[in-house]
Design a protein around this ligand. Structure first.
Ligand SMILES: *[C@@H]1O[C@H](CO)[C@@H](O)[C@H](O)[C@H]1NC(C)=O
Ligand SMILES: *[C@@H]1O[C@H](CO)[C@@H](O)[C@H](O)[C@H]1NC(C)=O
Ligand SMILES: *[C@@H]1O[C@H](CO)[C@@H](O)[C@H](O)[C@H]1NC(C)=O
Ligand SMILES: *[C@@H]1O[C@H](CO)[C@@H](O)[C@H](O)[C@H]1NC(C)=O
Ligand SMILES: *[C@@H]1O[C@H](CO)[C@@H](O)[C@H](O)[C@H]1NC(C)=O
Ligand SMILES: *[C@@H]1O[C@H](CO)[C@@H](O)[C@H](O)[C@H]1NC(C)=O
Ligand SMILES: *[C@@H]1O[C@H](CO)[C@@H](O)[C@H](O)[C@H]1NC(C)=O
Ligand SMILES: *[C@@H]1O[C@H](CO)[C@@H](O)[C@H](O)[C@H]1NC(C)=O
Ligand SMILES: *[C@@H]1O[C@H](CO)[C@@H](O)[C@H](O)[C@H]1NC(C)=O
Ligand SMILES: *[C@@H]1O[C@H](CO)[C@@H](O)[C@H](O)[C@H]1NC(C)=O
Length: 871
């Protein structure tokens, strides 16, 4: 017996070693079928070290659909398939001949073939990287599978702009599914029926480094990248842990998943979207996805006015059978289509319902009322529903195909969702509901037949979740021994390095019931407080956060909490309870830079200004490259720079921009950001990078020099004689009124008259060289072209005198002249009308309006006042 087994294993291994199966090359004329290589599971080609194999194989447990595919051996992942949309039987043949590869069904029909080649094939190789290559007789490549990706890319493979990955339909049906990953000129996006649902650059861990156009996506041992300029520029990058085998897959679920393998263990490196309720079809058509905060698993139900549909999917249908859903006019699915005699009615979705596509698509109209919004939808056969922003009057259309909805976590969501229906049951002639359940009277029977199976599963799931929930609850209760703390709190997960967590009650007590307000900003109001141990703190009560969930909030807090630098305000703790979100910072006793610099108190001496400039530069340099996660501040301005004794400057509010939803970050850009500090790229919707902060820093530096707001500057001839009259017109501008200081600084730089720029209150206690240093650095920082701006590390070195000063590039500063001229014009109008310039451009206040209609955004950039709300 033993010898027999020995013989068997010996002969098997011998067969593998000696047989055709252990080869990285195949030569014409070769044929293979699953049946022929059934002992090896259909495999007939192995890469040199056996990392990959090629096979005629059937994924999963089914045995009807066979594919010619490349398989990663240890993980059994199919990384490429030839005939994904034309599966064949187990006896179909793969044929390698001089013309390439063909797949022929048993009955002789051609199912798939390589395209026409420029010369005849001499060999087929499967490389160690997983690439199938057809070679000519000089070993030149005629065709390679890496150029025809299916749903996966591997190390060494490029996914160029214009190409895409498509998910498979299911795990064992590899045919092209509905989810698509495309590479665009500035990002990698996920789409479902032409509607975007995720962008790579938005991922918390992804950094945008450059504005160059993207050319391809690639992954290697240490990261995932979007490259530009023929691979020499990394446009967006995601750093990953070192691993020798890594693959990117657009999963059947609709998630983009990066995983690495050490032996057969899969390590998920990264996934997007993280919140699975953002996957378009997670709960079927019109299903409602709710995040279960404990299990993290999405739960599906139907929105109000809808009930579970009659088919085996999760789809929901109107509860009132006298309404029925439509399909888009260009949909390939069978269903009721809109025609001119249809009577349309809109069914309202419940409060706080959100749709994945409205975060990415622009509204089709702004500032209209709900009736007009619905009328627009009724007139279009591709429109299947609307989302209407009640306060902004923006009208979004749901098009092409109806996906799932989710419950919004933001309390500020005032969107109203409506599904377009027609009155009357679906017409049976129009090819109703996949042929069954089209008459409403049938429905209960069908439901009764179907419910036991699906309902049972649902019950089990609910029971399971309930157990988890109550277990966590009791655990939390015994641990915290404070029954008042809400059960759905963050006890359920632990995140490394989270700063101290406070209870709402603790902070209420520390701040004496939020009594002493010390500031307010775009994110909320700041109160002074004293902890029981006597430490003074600043408590920021956040009102404008787009929380995608407590876990995301906590992840961000953990990142911010782990950043420690003398020039950054320290986060001492946080509170996330119910809907409340609060951040507890160290208290800074000298207030913010804007009060000290622009206020009426004692004038800041030059050395103090220098110390502050250096402090901010060091803090930003640390955020950009010193800490584990690169952090772009996005809102550098004097209000966010806090001072302590000895004029030690500390930057506050860093890391918060990541907490905004995409929707709110556009709000952040167009409303909350302070015009004067925003870099031009904010307005042209190009990539935001660390160089965006450099620009804002440059603007702050100029204000440190002049002691005035850049936009409220009057030329010296005016400012020194404020008390008497408007003296002679200034040298560089014909305007009677305000001068755009950055432009004035540029003029004075060209003429070498630096002392003209220094704060007159210093009364000469500064030399021309000292001013020149700051002005040159500042002008370099505000170059229009981000790549020409120095990074913050170089700024620190320049200020410290370690490296030579950079010379401002006049060509890249010309835009200041343009802005300056328009600024002078608008301020002249403003002066004559005696009004705030903002009122001239009311559209600038519309947070939803990102149409980039040139002048609007342009003016918001230079408008002389902060358009922003309280800050
Ligand atoms: C391969 O097959 C083709 C046509 O079937 C034939 O012309 C050719 O001679 C064959 N080559 C070899 C090496 O057998
Ligand atoms: C195959 O494995 C050997 C030893 O394990 C290694 O030296 C060689 O580089 C590998 N070849 C390839 C193509 O990866
Ligand atoms: C092609 O590659 C094979 C294997 O690497 C080698 O043996 C052969 O000499 C090469 N042929 C040419 C023409 O370079
Ligand atoms: C991966 O690619 C990046 C960007 O080109 C590069 O900096 C890095 O060194 C590469 N890593 C490895 C292990 O080759
Ligand atoms: C791109 O780079 C490759 C090698 O890195 C080079 O062969 C090719 O000529 C370059 N193409 C262009 C357009 O610069
Ligand atoms: C459906 O038609 C509209 C125009 O009516 C078009 O904009 C849209 O791209 C089409 N969608 C698909 C999936 O073809
Ligand atoms: C239009 O749709 C209605 C149902 O919505 C149907 O009864 C009618 O026959 C359709 N008319 C045409 C011309 O298809
Ligand atoms: C909505 O707007 C349209 C066009 O602006 C107007 O005719 C209509 O009266 C408005 N309806 C309501 C209810 O305000
Ligand atoms: C929409 O806003 C108006 C006021 O702008 C308000 O009266 C109305 O109640 C709001 N509707 C909903 C459903 O919130
Ligand atoms: C649509 O309906 C037609 C005839 O009513 C039927 O032949 C076809 O298979 C249906 N297609 C789908 C996808 O259900």
């Amino acid at each position: 017996m033993a010898s027999f087994i020995f013989f068997l294993s010996f002969s098997l291994s011998w067969a593998i070693v000696s047989g055709i199966s252990w080869s990285e090359f195949l030569y014409p004329n070769f044929t293979a079928s699953h049946y022929k290589f059934i002992d090896g599971g259909g495999s007939f080609l192995f890469s040199r070290n056996g990392t990959f194999k090629a096979a005629m194989s059937s994924p999963g447990t089914q045995q009807t659909r066979y594919y010619f595919c490349v398989i990663h051996v240890v993980s059994h992942n199919i990384v490429w398939s030839a005939n994904r949309d034309a599966p064949v039987s187990s006896s179909a043949q793969m044929i390698l001949d001089f013309n390439g590869i063909k797949i022929i069904e048993e009955d002789g029909s051609l199912k798939w073939s390589t395209p026409g080649l420029r010369s005849s094939v001499s060999a087929l190789e499967l490389t160690e990287t997983g690439n199938l290559i057809l070679m000519d007789k000089f070993n030149g490549t005629l065709w390679e599978s890496f150029h025809y990706p299916t749903d996966t890319i591997l190390i060494g493979q490029k996914l160029p702009v214009g190409r895409w990955l498509s998910s498979a339909k299911t795990e064992d049906d590899l045919s092209t599914g509905d989810y698509k990953l495309s590479i665009t000129a500035d990002d990698a996006i996920l789409q479902w029926h032409n509607q975007i649902y995720w962008k790579f650059s938005m991922a918390t861990k992804a950094y945008t480094n450059s504005n160059q156009a993207v050319e391809y996506m690639a992954v290697n041992q240490t990261g995932l990248y979007l490259f530009g300029h023929n691979g020499s520029v990394v446009v967006v990058q995601l750093n990953l842990e070192q691993s020798n085998f890594r693959m990117i897959k657009l999963d059947v679920s609709g998630q983009f998943i990066v995983s690495s393998y050490s032996t057969a263990d899969r390590n998920p490196d990264f996934a997007g979207p993280v919140d699975r309720c953002r996957i378009p079809f997670i709960c079927g058509s019109v299903g409602l996805c709710t995040d279960d905060s404990q299990s993290g698993a999405p739960l599906c139900s139907c929105p109000s006015n809808f009930k579970a549909g009659s088919s085996k999917t999760n789809d929901c249908v109107p509860s009132d059978a006298s309404y029925s859903l439509l399909v888009s006019c260009n949909s390939t699915r069978n269903g009721t289509k809109l025609n001119s005699s249809s009577l349309i009615s809109y069914l309202r979705l419940g409060y706080g319902t959100d749709y994945f596509a409205t975060d990415f698509a622009a509204p089709i109209k702004y500032g209209i009322n709900l009736t007009s919004c619905q009328d627009l939808c009724s007139a279009r056969c591709s429109c299947l529903g609307v989302f209407f922003g009640n306060s902004s009057g923006s009208c979004y259309q749901l098009e092409n195909e109806l996906g799932s909805f989710r419950l919004s976590s933001s309390s500020e969501n005032d969107q109203l969702g409506f599904i377009k229906t027609i009155v009357g049951p679906p017409s049976s002639r129009g090819g109703g509901d996949n042929g069954f359940g089209s008459q409403s009277s049938n429905f209960p029977i069908v439901a009764l037949v179907l419910l036991p199976s699906s309902g049972f599963f649902l019950l089990v799931l609910l029971a399971f979740l309930w157990c988890r929930r109550s277990r966590v609850y009791t655990k939390g209760k015994t641990k915290v021994s404070r029954p008042s703390s809400p059960s759905e709190d963050i006890d359920a997960f632990s995140i490394m390095g989270l700063p101290t967590r406070f209870d709402y009650a603790e902070l209420e007590k520390a701040t004496d019931g939020f009594k002493i307000k010390i500031g307010s900003g775009g994110f909320g109001t700041v109160y002074k407080g004293t902890l029981p141990d006597g430490t003074e703190v600043a408590v920021k009560k956040i009102t404008n956060l787009g929380l995608q969930g407590k876990k995301d909030f906590c992840t961000e807090i953990a990142i911010i909490g782990n950043v420690h630098h003398v020039n950054l305000v320290k986060l001492k703790g946080f509170c996330a309870q119910g809907r409340e979100r609060m951040l507890v910072y160290e208290y800074m006793n000298r207030g913010s830079l804007d009060c000290t610099l622009f206020g009426t108190g004692p004038v800041l001496e030059w050395q103090e200004r220098l110390d502050i400039a250096l402090g901010i530069a060091r803090g930003l340099a640390y955020l950009h490259s010193g800490c584990e996660h690169k952090i772009i501040h996005c809102d550098v301005k004097p209000e966010n720079i806090l001072l302590q004794e000895q004029f030690q400057a500390k930057i506050s509010d860093f890391g918060l921009s990541k907490l905004l939803t995409p929707e709110q970050s556009s709000l952040f850009t167009t409303m909350r950001g302070t015009r004067g500090y925003l870099a031009p790229e904010w307005l042209t919707s190009s990539a935001i990078s660390d160089k965006t902060d450099v620009y804002s820093y440059g603007m702050v530096l100029l204000e440190l020099v002049s002691g005035r707001k850049n936009c409220l500057f009057r030329a010296r001839s005016h400012s020194t004689s404020d008390d008497n009259s408007n003296g002679a017109p200034s040298s560089s501008s014909s305007s009677q009124g305000l001068i755009y200081f950055p432009l004035f600084a540029l003029d004075m730089h060209e003429e070498g008259r630096y002392l003209e720029l220094a704060d007159s209150r210093l009364e000469g206690r500064v030399t021309s060289e000292e001013v020149e240093k700051l002005v040159c650095v500042a002008l370099c920082c505000v170059h229009e072209e981000p790549t020409l701006r120095p990074n913050m590390g170089s700024v620190v070195s320049m200020l410290e005198g370690e490296i030579p000063l950079c010379q401002p590039n006049l060509a890249s500063l010309n835009f200041l002249r343009f802005y300056g001229r328009r600024f002078a014009e608008s301020s002249a109008v403003e002066e004559s009308s005696g009004k705030d310039s903002v009122t001239l451009f009311p559209k600038a206040n519309n947070s939803r309006d990102r149409t980039n209609s040139g002048s609007n955004t342009y003016f918001s950039y230079i408008s002389s006042q902060q358009v922003s709300g309280p800050r």
